[in-house]
Design a protein around this ligand. Structure first.
Ligand code: SIN
Length: 539
């Protein structure tokens, strides 16, 4: 805490103040922090683990962006691909605005020191991923784009000497009697409380892949920011659209974080095979192996069910210089005893990305004065029912910067007198029970009976408890997110994008353009707001 000049000690632990508290130190959070500091704000970044422990550093493919130097591609084509991938739910205005801001955002990131891979002609190299109609994804370190983005931003934060408070989990937003944010209550690694007084809190804490037993996400992805926002009175939407990445390395039934096999491997020629060596994506979609991610993940799931196997295979043996082009994937495969230059890689889908989140405008503002959100934690409307590959680092860069500007423009005066209330008891179920229920019933292929059974299982395992440490805060968040995802998934009686219902296998146009918005009821339980449900479809 020594880096916070205004630190003092009270009965509730330490207190400090800032103009903006950023929760999370990935691409959106650090971009916002650096930009806000550049605008003269006193910024503190809080993160519950090490600075680079979030999802950003694990991103492989790259940043989808049209820089104007590749004939045949255009911002309009990137917009169209994003809307197509979003399966009828992406917000066209959000897509157009965020994508248009991409080139400037990437230029700022490069100015901060991020180094992207050059192509043979001196321009940046581009790759292609599922759903993209052109080679437009810039990448770094071959397949280590997120690691390079994180490295550059953490170094820029250190250069600027911005206070970065690691090992502190955000518990709840402090609010005044009108509900506006006045700061943030945190717990350190030992469970000791602290208070950051600030008129603005920006959530950039990532998604909730840890709801599932098998995920590409790190252990930090427990939905804390969405849970905190809902408890503060914000709304969340599109939570049923949990994106499963089609290809993680299959190493057996072990749970936890699985090594990603970037879609760029398919973008550069690899093809999916079933156990008999047959290509099964041909005929499923005009883009075959490079169909949007939801289509490929669902096709793999059907193939696994039809063949009674645990994995399919990704044949990348035709890609020259695989180890140089994809060093991260190559190392993970070799660790598992697979040589991608000689043999097909065993792969399976795993939970990867939250397409929904805290409802914000295109500047990160939530419905709660003083509370902002950017990156995976937020729902801007860019992704709709299925995110287009490599649009996430782009969104973090763009909306992080936009949020910094509106925080500076909003420049609210906090009412410092607002009392810090003790942390309330929260519904909390053991993580294993939540993961078991969600993995069994809320993955790819859901139905009413399974979703109801999962809700009952989570409910039966839930007790009210005051979170005393990081694990408690995370378990409370996972419990709330499980309830919310199950409520939304049970309400949407159709299949669309990442939301695949076996009892409603088709798209239903009645749901077209309808996002399910959730808030907490008086008992603190997440409920779908009735206004969002089309007539005759109420659950
Ligand atoms: C990948 O490289 O396949 C993942 C990139 C992303 O999730 O956007």
């Amino acid at each position: 805490m020594s880096e916070l000049a205004s630190e003092s000690w009270t009965q509730r632990g330490w207190e400090a103040s800032a103009d903006l508290v950023v929760v999370g130190s990935g691409v959106a959070g650090l971009t916002a922090a650096l930009d806000a500091a550049g605008l003269g704000l006193r910024v503190v970044v809080v993160t519950k683990d090490a600075a680079d422990a979030g999802s950003t550093r694990w991103a492989q493919g790259g940043v989808a962006v049209v820089l104007g130097d590749m004939p045949g591609d255009s911002v309009g084509a990137h917009v169209t691909d994003t809307i197509t991938a979003g399966a009828g739910l992406a917000d066209a205005a959000a897509v157009a605005e965020i994508i248009a801001d991409g080139p400037a955002a990437v230029a700022r990131l490069r100015a901060r020191g991020a180094v992207f891979d050059p192509g043979p002609d001196g321009r940046l190299a581009r790759t292609r991923e599922g759903g993209h109609s052109a080679f437009r994804v810039v990448h770094a370190g071959g397949d280590a784009t997120g690691a390079e983005v994180e490295r550059a931003l953490v170094a820029a934060v250190a250069d600027r000497r911005l206070p970065l408070l690691t090992g502190h989990v955000a518990v709840d937003a402090l609010r005044d009697e009108d509900g506006a944010v006045t700061g943030l209550a945190v717990l350190d690694d030992e469970g000791r409380p602290g208070v950051l007084r600030a008129p603005a809190v920006l959530l950039a804490s990532g998604g909730y892949g840890q709801l599932y037993a098998s995920t590409t996400n790190p252990e930090t992805a427990t939905g804390d920011g969405i849970a905190l926002a809902l408890r503060a009175g914000a709304t969340a939407a599109d939570l049923e659209f949990v994106q499963f990445h089609p290809t993680v390395l299959y190493t057996g039934p072990a749970a936890g974080r699985r090594p990603l096999i970037t879609e760029a491997v398919r973008g550069e020629g690899a093809v999916l095979l079933d156990r008999a060596g047959r290509r099964f994506m041909t005929g499923v979609h005009p883009l075959a192996d490079l169909a949007p991610r939801d289509v490929v993940a669902a096709a793999i799931t059907r193939t696994l069910a039809a063949t009674g196997t645990d994995c399919v295979y990704l044949d990348a043996t035709a890609i020259p210089g695989f180890a140089v082009r994809f060093p991260t994937v190559h190392a993970a495969c070799r660790d598992a005893g697979v040589d991608p230059a000689r043999e097909a890689i065993p792969v399976t889908p795993a939970a990867h990305y939250a397409c929904g989140g805290v409802v914000t405008d295109l500047h990160g503002r939530t419905a709660v004065p003083g509370l902002y959100a950017a990156g995976e934690v937020a729902r801007t409307g860019l992704h709709g029912a299925n995110r287009l590959a490599s649009n996430s680092l782009l969104e973090g860069l763009v909306v992080g910067a936009r949020a910094a500007r509106v925080v500076a423009a909003d420049r609210r005066t906090a009412r410092w007198a607002a009392a810090v209330r003790p942390t309330p008891a929260m519904p909390l179920a053991p993580r294993e029970s939540v993961q078991r229920a969600m993995t069994a019933a809320a993955g790819i292929g859901r139905d009413a009976a399974g979703l109801a059974a999962a809700s009952d299982a989570v409910e039966a395992a839930t007790r009210a408890s005051v979170p005393a440490d990081r694990a408690g805060v995370e378990d409370a968040a996972l419990t709330l997110l499980a309830q919310a995802v199950l409520a939304a998934a049970g309400t949407r009686t159709e299949s669309r994008g990442c939301h695949v219902r076996t009892d409603f296998p088709e798209r239903d146009d009645v749901w077209q353009r309808t996002s399910l918005v959730l808030a907490l009821d008086e008992a603190g339980h997440p409920v779908v707001l009735p206004g969002a449900i089309p007539e005759g479809r109420a659950a």
